[in-house]
Design a protein around this ligand. Sequence first.
Ligand SMILES: *Cc1c(COP(=O)(O)O)cnc(C)c1O
Length: 365
Amino acid sequence: MTGPEPHSWVRDLDVYVGGKSRIAGMDRVIKLSSNESPFGPSPRALDAYQGAAATLHRYPDGTALALREAIGAAHGLDPARIICGFGSDEILKLACRAYAGPGDEVIYSRYGFMMYPIAARSVGATPVEAPDRDFVADVDAILEAVTARTRIVFLANPNNPTGTYLPVGDVERLARNLPEDVLLVLDAAYAEYVERSDYEAGEALVDAFPNVLMTRTFSKLYGLAALRLGWGYGTPAVIEVLNRMRDPFNVTTPAQAAGIAAVADQGFIEQARAHNTRWLERLTQSIRKLGLDVVPSVANFVLIRFPEKHGITAEGANNYLTRNGVLLRWLPNQGLGNCLRMTVGLDEENERVLALLGEFIRDRS
Ligand SMILES: *Cc1c(COP(=O)(O)O)cnc(C)c1O
């Protein structure tokens, strides 16, 4: 007996590996490996989450109406064109399930978010990697990769793990030049962090084109990663399709309650954003002074590039930091074996990383 056989493509599917959260033998670690907010959620979101305990025996509102209205009000969007998901990852996967399948191609940029090839393969589609330019997505390279089989283009803007972004003009050019039957997914998981006048998350592009979907998340700046809450904004047709694909109760009541309270507390995220902006600059300057390269980031993390000479390697630094109770993300599986990605943490956490990196380099110079 051999048992049931999955689809042929399921056998080759990579499992998404998240950032490490534990170090053997250590009770307390500094975890800067998953781009989580070091401040956690707004206290009002926590209250709302706890308040939902009274109705745990009831099914959630399957349409997440109040949450969509809250998001719509905060962003000036029509709630009917918003879909909520079990993390924005669910929405990326729903898009793949609805629009791509065996024989189809799904494009993403080199060093793009690791979920895109996984989501494409999970429906039997072929992931196609377009070259980047200096860690930035390259619109021309993406357009050149388009074939008659292309169904979806994923663009993380800002991108993870590079932290770079495309100005709205470039994204608009991508949208304008894609065939209308190719879905452009603008994954704006880090949009709330960006403080650049030429950046837009994508709402206006969704309104201007028939084939653009924007996704957002509560996992990053809103500090609610554990609740798994994301949302998408699209054309009525695309949202209607995604709604048919999703599970009827994909967002839990506590998640809906926390999300509603979180979007209402913009003061809380303003502080977290200001902290992040301050530290992005400081970390970039300080790490460069140590002789390492830092890719310019607009998100809540920096990609640190090591020379890989004289023992100053990303792997070596990762081991040194781990021995000292600090977890960053080493990314050899993404072709970034010479890089560590560091999430912006609390003041003392960032200071600790800077001190440890300084020691690591001094010991080898
Ligand atoms: C973290 C992240 C997500 C968000 O995932 P959730 O499922 O909403 O937690 C989406 N896209 C990118 C690029 C990310 O880094």
